[in-house]
Design a protein around this ligand. Structure first.
Ligand code: 17S
Length: 835
């Protein structure tokens, strides 16, 4: 294969061909020493782990660079179709381990460091998480990038380079305290600034309408306040295949020119303030995972991402193809990760019409053949709306485009349902009222050729509920793509013990073909294999014991059933139901009902949105219950409970390998999919869960015998709301009464009187949307069955093996193949070979 001569080839072109670097322990050790001693200037007296980490990161990064370039060359040479994943969140976690795993140098690095008297594990601990996301949606984006690179698909992630990621959570006196996450403080060796691709993003000003010289009606956006978008690229290595894709993250910067022109009239401080205002756009991730109501800065972030990314794609198009956009839709598509980047629909229209002079029809044809939208939630409060007033101020030209899209769309609705004004109002992108709103989900649906949910149940509920009208209009647009997780990070990297055991038995093909785990099934009946499986689990539990001991000062007995719920704290996820069960177990111990007791350690972890009062109170309740239970001598080792602070990607890498029982107990119909459930299953945890989200498919795969099911179905939940009477439910259940009595008697808040009243009231309310009381009995009984199963070690180990064996479906490799087959239609493009 030969490269097309680069259009902008420079005098240094001949210098860029570098020899490939060795992947053996010796050359890695040598480079490490050179970076440590010469580049970073440290020596044997350096006692911090930071410089060894940095030296190692640079050593590994060097080995990505040539592959990165060769991947880019291959895409450019082939002029292949590309997908652009637009997401406000990429929850990447740490990069070093992932890069080593995917390059295939973990053993070589371990050896090379060992020869120098250093421990990889210790050095790797120095890296902070890239926590540029809230939860499942952001982590899904990160898993998707890993699978796309592994499948060698020409995919580019576009996101925001927040200077502060997800806040760090501390627990003080049982309460959550938020601290800013200045994750870039010690530098970030995994990013490459690309100032040469800086884009200019417009805000404010007004739309002006005029006629071109040849008489065409045209629009332009004038008197704007511009902000620069500077890209930082992060390498995304595929698994041992030479491919390195990119995640491009935008940082905001002030335009010097604008500051001086706009504010010059003798007010230097104001001009510097304007610089600040521009740079504020990418300062911090909004830490709310289900709704952010009307915050101006958030809309600014969203448009900033959409505009910079689209301009970047259009820039590349014009560089390679000139102003001929006839093939643009054949060569490009955009996947919107929820509605957060959905300004892209109107922005692409604007760019094509105002800046490249296409007519409406052509521009609309391109937009609706390139944009696809993924929905991640059914909760109505999470459906984004922006006030028309705010839009008009900040993005006046975009609002005009949206009005026009809506007018043409409503004409189509009127044609399909003549005279049905109610329906037109219902489906309008603009919600009328005192303070009219732009409905971003409707904009995304109207502008997309594909709309998908993230689990089978979720996608069905979208069609029957939230988006019913749109489904009737465009049934073929709607489809399901059940989520997954990448087994590279979530098994091969985080669970080396189990990885070795599995690969000993069935080979290592599962790392890129997870369905092969099915071949573990027969081993569930092999007593010797079960013993080894149990041994690995115990070792992983010990690592978790150490973490909980260090962070929570609670000592988990390693033989107990490890019962874990880690995820954002949310009422619909029902951490409250979990804690009610803990109180019930405590009550059983106190009253001496401990025949055949199964020791249990309950671990809960997760962040609450800083403004979500009841979620924060639930954290306090968990910590108070923990304090009482853990220090009661009557309880001893029968029951322990810990709340682990600062839940994040890296914490989950330690938690899921050491978990026995995975709690997935949301109110049915509310959790779109869940992905933590899949990480636990892969690592041999058994699920206790409701028929919600992907739990349904997990149970289908592993079989009803290997899953502890309880609770109302989504249908029953809907019906139950009508005459829900939690008082009567509690009344009719002695165990439940005793639990509520303990709560009401301030047993867990002796010196904080009345503290938990709002929680108690929520459980007792006939309007409780989450139906905690309705599922109490079912949950307690299912927990009893789980305990009984755990008591029989052979039985439990068999269930554990069968869960891992059945987890093949939940690889993002499968998810991405489905996206590609049904939505993106990309061809696999291997990189140019490393010379
Ligand atoms: C999650 N959705 S995190 C679903 N939405 O709850 C999971 N965030 O069930 C699913 O598995 C996962 O997506 C992946 O599909 C999430 O403003 C929404 C959101 C985030 C930020 C925000 C507003 C809403 C800051």
């Amino acid at each position: 294969m030969r490269l097309k001569p680069l259009q902008n080839s420079s005098p240094i072109a001949g210098l860029t061909e570098l020899p490939a670097l060795g992947l053996d322990a010796d050359s890695i050790g040598e480079d490490f020493r050179r970076y440590f001693g010469r580049t970073l200037g440290r020596d044997k007296r350096c006692h911090s782990t930071h410089y060894p980490y940095e030296a190692l990161a640079l050593t590994v990064r060097d080995r990505l660079m040539e592959r990165w370039k060769n991947t880019r060359y291959a895409y450019e040479e082939r002029d292949c179709r590309r997908m652009h994943y637009l997401s406000m969140e990429f929850l990447m976690g740490r990069s070093l381990g992932n890069a080593m795993l995917n390059l295939g140098v973990v053993d070589a690095v371990t050896q090379g460091l060992h020869d120098l008297g250093l421990e990889l594990e210790e050095i790797a601990e120095d890296e902070s998480d890239a926590g540029l996301g809230n939860g499942g949606l952001g982590r899904l984006a990160a898993c998707f990038l890993d699978s796309c690179a592994t499948l060698q698909l020409p995919v580019l992630g576009y996101g925001i380079r927040y200077e502060y990621g997800m806040f760090r959570q501390q627990i003080e006196n049982g309460y959550q305290v938020e601290e800013p996450d200045h994750w870039l403080r010690d530098g970030n060796p995994w990013e490459l600034e690309r100032p040469e691709f800086t884009q200019r993003v417009h805000f404010g000003g007004r739309a002006e309408y005029y006629r071109s010289d040849d008489g065409h009606p045209r629009a332009r956006w004038v008197d704007t306040h511009d902000v620069l978008a500077v890209p930082y690229d992060v390498p995304v290595p595929g698994y041992r295949n030479g491919t390195v894709n990119s995640l491009r993250m935008w940082q905001a910067a002030a335009t010097d020119v604008f500051d001086l022109d706009e504010f010059n009239a003798g007010s230097y401080p104001e001009s510097v303030a304007a610089k600040n205002a521009a740079e504020h756009i990418t300062m911090v991730l909004y830490p709310n995972d289900k709704s952010e109501n009307g915050k101006e800065l958030r809309l600014r972030q969203q448009y900033f991402l959409a505009s910079a990314s689209l301009k970047d794609v259009v820039r590349r198009w014009v560089r390679d193809h000139g102003e001929d956009f006839s093939q643009f839709a054949e060569k490009n598509c955009f996947q919107l990760n929820d509605t957060h980047p959905s300004c892209a629909v109107a922005e692409l229209m604007r760019l094509l019409m105002d800046e490249h002079f296409l007519g409406w029809e052509k521009a609309w044809d391109i937009t609706t053949r390139t944009t696809a939208y993924t929905n991640h939630t059914l909760l109505p409060e999470a459906l984004e709306k922006w006030s028309v007033r705010l839009f008009k101020q900040m993005l006046p030209r975009l609002l005009d485009v949206i009005y026009e899209i809506n007018a043409r769309f409503l004409t189509e609705v009127a044609k399909r349902w003549p005279g049905d004004v109610k329906r037109q109002q219902r489906m309008s992108i603009i919600e009328e009222g005192a303070d009219p709103q732009v409905r971003m989900a409707y904009l995304a649906i109207v502008g997309s050729y594909s709309v998908n949910g993230v689990a089978a149940l979720h996608s069905e509920l979208l069609k029957q509920g939230l988006f019913r009208d749109f489904y009737k209009l465009w049934p073929k647009k709607f489809n399901n793509k059940t989520n997954g997780v990448t087994q590279r990070r979530w098994l091969a990297w985080c669970n080396p013990g189990l990885t070795e055991l599995i690969s000993d038995a069935i080979g290592d093909g599962w790392v890129t073909d997870l369905e092969q785990l099915q071949r573990l099934r027969p081993y569930a009946n092999n007593a010797d294999f079960r013993a080894r499986w149990h041994e690995v689990k115990q070792a992983n539990k010990q690592r978790l014991v150490d973490l909980v001991q260090a962070e929570c000062h609670v000592l988990f007995p390693g033989d107990a059933l490890f019962d874990v719920q880690v995820k954002r704290i949310h009422e619909y996820k029902r951490q409250l139901l979990n804690i009610l069960h803990v109180i019930h177990l405590y009550d059983r111990i106190k009253r001496g009902d401990t025949a055949d007791w199964v020791q249990r350690c309950v671990l809960i972890s997760g962040k609450a949105a800083p403004g979500y009062a009841i979620a924060k109170l639930i954290i306090k309740l968990i910590n108070n219950v923990a304090k009482v239970v853990n220090s009661d001598p009557d309880v001893g080792d029968r029951l322990k409970i810990a709340f682990l602070p600062d839940y994040r990607v890296t914490a989950m890498e330690r938690i899921c390998p050491g978990t026995d029982l995975s709690e997935q107990i949301s109110t049915a119909g509310k959790e779109a999919s869940g992905t933590g459930n899949m990480k636990f299953m892969m690592n041999g945890a058994v699920t206790i869960g409701t028929l919600d989200g992907a739990n349904i498919e997990i149970r289908e795969q592993t079989g009803a015998d290997n899953f502890f099911l309880f609770g109302l179905t989504a249908q029953q939940v809907e019906a139950m709301h009508k005459d829900y009477d939690p008082g009567a439910i509690i009344e009719g259940d002695e165990d439940f009464q005793r639990v509520m009595q303990l709560l009401r008697s301030a047993h867990f808040n002796q010196f904080e009187f009345g503290l938990f009243d709002s929680v108690i009231d929520a459980i007792n309310s006939p309007h409780d949307p989450w139906l905690v009381a309705a599922d109490f009995r079912g949950f307690v009984d299912a927990q009893r069955r789980a305990g009984d199963a755990y008591r029989d070690r052979e039985r439990w180990t068999r269930m554990s093996i069968l869960n891992t064996a059945a987890s093949g479906k939940f690889s993002t490799d499968r998810t991405i193949r489905e996206y590609n087959d049904d939505i993106w239609n990309l061809e696999r493009v291997p990189p140019l070979p490393v010379k």
